[in-house]
Write a protein that binds this ligand. Structure first.
Ligand code: NAD
Ligand code: UDX
Length: 463
């Protein structure tokens, strides 16, 4: 089937960038991204592309290139579904916060709502694509809903997980390591796979487009995230051992990364991984394994999360003990709140948990992040439900100017690896701080020698 009309349900960090790139690379396809969130859609349509809701280097230009031509953002979900030949489901699949599987399983209520809506609205055959990260065998549930509540039209379900990382989304989408498409082994299933392959083949070399059965595709996504997160927890585990033994984790990472079997990527010790995916997907994997009675498999992967929680907690504990075991009323400046550089996303950011620990000790937190505003910081802390909104506001401020954020502080904690942090006038920052002035570098970002020379007491991870 020649594809000329695509719709994507969910205009978030995945749906927005992914569809913007498809639209740019396939000018012959009309791409409509729909969402229930009116404010989000209004921002995607904002004339000034600096105001689109997702910050990603290069994304503004790509949106500007196609928007209004073959790329549309809309709240008219039914209309877009009805017109499309391919419907991507790219809604959120967070960890369940209630009922059975609470705190572990993926919450599929948004997925099911989408399936029911597609079933209700569709009058012509459709290919439905799982773009969201889903538990293995979810396609079965989607198919059952579509087949039993639809208008007798034919649906093919494909799994096409997204591997982009935030902060490099545009680069990752333009030049993906691979595109994975899973579908039914039947003739209709294979035809549906081919239709989607043809879309990607507009810019992705065919040898990088991998096709599998649906279950392999669904499970590969959880597996990829589990392996990546495991590497971070592994190097973070070694960072603690380095601190006790005089080894330096940066040197260890370099030494092992030169082994071509290990490779150099994803070996950066840190205050702990964050982001909306790693923890959620591993918890989901643990839950699925347990539900099949595979307790050893579940325990193996759960350890990745346990290690990550430990790494975050040990960072805040070290701040308290180094600052003479009391940080009550001391100003501590946070450089960075986003879960990594080059994104405005703060979901599961280590900064949130470190701040929560330090507020428990009555510290005053002053946040500076180039892309995150005060409203978001407070909303992240409120979400933990540790204390009231008013109490959080009493303990946390945010600044648009980094020098103001740091002035009079007892310590600086680097929580995100934004490049600009390296370029500051660190002497000026030092001069404005309480003495002794401490820097706790949760990203091993700053030039240790330079910072120490100025007079800071500098502590990094894993040395
Ligand atoms: P997001 O929260 O940024 O966006 C999801 C959007 O879906 C929201 O705007 C929400 O309003 C909308 N939505 C929910 N239900 C809807 C409905 N019934 N109709 C219309 N709109 C609806 O989430 P995200 O970060 O884009 O993630 C989406 C999925 O992609 C998740 O399953 C996630 O695991 C996966 N994923 C995310 C990343 C990432 O880097 N963020 C990478 C790969 C995969
Ligand atoms: C991840 C996967 O990489 C991506 O393929 C998937 O589609 C979504 O989940 P993302 O969470 O956006 O992407 O960013 P990623 O670069 O993986 O970083 C995740 C977290 O790990 C960040 O907090 C990052 O700072 C941390 N990290 C990463 C480290 O601490 N050390 C590293 O070496 C790499």
């Amino acid at each position: 089937m020649k594809i000329t009309n695509i719709c994507c349900i969910g205009a978030g960090y995945v749906g927005g960038p992914t569809m913007a790139v498809i639209a740019q690379k396939c000018p012959h396809i009309k791409v409509t991204v729909v969402d229930l969130n009116e404010e989000r859609i209004a921002r995607w349509n904002d004339e000034n592309v600096d105001n689109i809701p997702v910050y990603e280097p290069g994304l503004g230009e790509i949106v500007a290139h196609s928007r209004g031509k073959n790329l549309f953002f809309s709240t008219q979900v039914d209309k877009a579904i009805e017109e499309a030949q391919i419907i991507f489901i790219s809604v959120n699949t967070p960890t369940k916060t209630y009922g059975s599987g609470k705190g572990m399983a993926a919450d599929l209520k948004y997925i099911e709502l989408c399936a029911r809506q597609i079933a209700r609205v569709s009058k012509t055959d459709k290919i439905v694509v799982e773009k969201s990260t889903l538990p293995v065998r979810t396609a079965e549930a989607i198919k059952s809903i579509l087949d039993n509540t639809g208008n007798g039209v034919q649906f093919q379900i494909l799994s096409n997980p997204e591997f982009l990382a935030e902060g490099t989304a545009v680069e990752d989408l333009l030049s993906p390591d691979r595109v994975l498409i899973g579908g039914d082994t039947t003739e209709e299933g294979q035809r549906a796979i081919q239709s989607l392959v043809e879309v990607y083949a507009n810019w992705v070399p065919k040898e990088r487009i991998l096709t599998t059965n649906v279950w392999s595709s669904e499970l590969s996504k959880l597996t990829a995230n589990a392996f990546l997160a495991q590497r971070v927890s592994s190097i973070n585990a070694m960072s603690e051992l380095c601190e006790k033994t005089g080894a330096n984790v940066n040197e260890v990472a370099r030494a092992i990364g030169m082994d071509s079997r290990i490779g150099p990527k994803f070996l950066k010790a840190s205050v702990g991984f964050g982001g909306s995916c790693f923890q959620k997907d591993i918890l989901n994997l643990v839950y699925i394994s347990k539900s099949f009675g595979l307790n050893e498999v579940a325990d193996y992967w759960e350890q990745v999360i346990i290690m990550n929680d430990h790494q975050k907690r040990r960072f805040s504990k070290n701040i308290v003990s180094t600052l003479y075991n009391t940080i009550a009323d001391k100003k501590i400046a946070f450089l960075g709140w986003a879960f990594k550089k080059d994104t405005n996303d703060t979901r599961e950011s280590a900064a949130i948990y470190v701040a929560d620990d330090l507020i428990n000790e009555q510290a005053k937190i002053a946040v500076y992040d180039p892309k995150v505003d005060y409203k978001q910081v407070i909303s992240d802390l409120n979400y933990l439900e540790t204390r009231t909104d008013e109490q959080n506001r009493k303990h946390v401020t945010s600044f648009k100017d980094v020098y103001e954020a740091c002035a009079n502080s007892h310590a600086i904690a680097v929580l995100t690896e934004w490049d600009e942090f390296k370029t500051y006038d660190w002497q000026k920052i030092y001069d404005s701080m309480q003495k002794p002035a401490f820097v706790f570098d949760g990203r091993n970002l700053l030039d240790a020698n330079k910072i120490k020379e100025i007079g800071f007491i500098y502590q990094e991870i894993g040395s």
